[in-house]
Design a protein around this ligand. Structure first.
Ligand code: SF4
Length: 239
């Protein structure tokens, strides 16, 4: 059984400023930026969206944009043909069914072309202050390593996390884990020895050989001392 209160406290202290790193000024801009962020860094999306948002100011602008022109406008974000198609279709749907406004519920958001639960939860939590758990690649990887879920499927992971985490912490928890996944718990070579969550992490303790009773920090110190002693012995400085 995980000590969720302790995990949440550590995350809060470690990432006091965690928030969405996409630039936006309204729900439509956030929706567009989130679509563009698939397989692309937030930094690059922000560079592209700076000019894009000056040119496309409403759902109607995306709906009536010539597809090829829209493709060129978002080309640097990669997968630009699919993304342009999604944005144009999204603009049309918003005009036809939501009076040009981004809807405020998960059920409505996921009916928009190219908008899955992940994007919908980003919009809900960040633009509308409605709690939502975002399971992107970072969140999925970190919670699996922490042992908070056994699932691979993002929707099943989302439901596991909804059970474990108080609703008012859903959005913040997502941002904290995204930051943690980018900075410490990276896909390759996670920095377990310096991770503030090590004590609560199955993967990290396994990787460092500190699992199975006792204080992992003390065990790590003991192991480091053992290695140091072995080094001294090899150099002839010990017995
Ligand atoms: S201990 Fe390692 S695997 Fe676990 S959360 Fe920290 S960095 Fe990730």
């Amino acid at each position: 059984m995980k000590d969720m209160a302790a995990i949440l406290e550590i995350l809060e202290k470690s990432y006091p400023n965690a928030k969405c790193s996409l630039d936006f000024t309204d729900p439509l801009e956030l929706l567009v930026a989130t679509v563009l962020s698939a397989q692309c860094t937030d930094e690059r999306v922000n560079r592209v969206s700076k000019d894009l948002f000056k040119k496309y100011r409403s759902a109607q602008d995306y709906a009536s944009a010539p597809l090829q022109e829209l493709e060129e406008d978002i080309r640097p974000t990669g997968f630009f043909r699919n993304k342009a198609k999604s944005l144009k279709s999204c603009g049309i749907s918003l005009m036809e069914r939501f009076h040009g406004q981004v809807p405020r519920t998960l059920d409505e958001l996921v009916t928009l072309p190219g908008i899955g639960r992940k994007t919908a939860n980003v919009i809900l939590g960040t633009a509308f202050d409605t709690p939502g758990i975002v399971v992107d690649t970072h969140v999925g990887r970190v919670v699996q390593r922490l042992g908070l879920t056994r699932h691979q499927d993002p929707v099943k992971i989302e439901f596991d996390l909804m059970e474990l985490i108080p609703r008012e912490r859903w959005t913040r928890f997502s941002h904290e884990l995204i930051w943690h996944g980018r900075q410490i718990c990276t896909a390759r070579n996670p920095k377990c020895p310096q991770c503030p969550l090590l004590e609560h992490c199955d993967y990290g303790r396994e990787a460092l050989g500190t699992r199975g009773g006792g204080d992992p920090v003390a065990r790590r110190a003991k192991s480091a001392a053992k290695h140091q002693l072995a080094g001294l012995r090899r150099k002839g400085g010990g017995r």
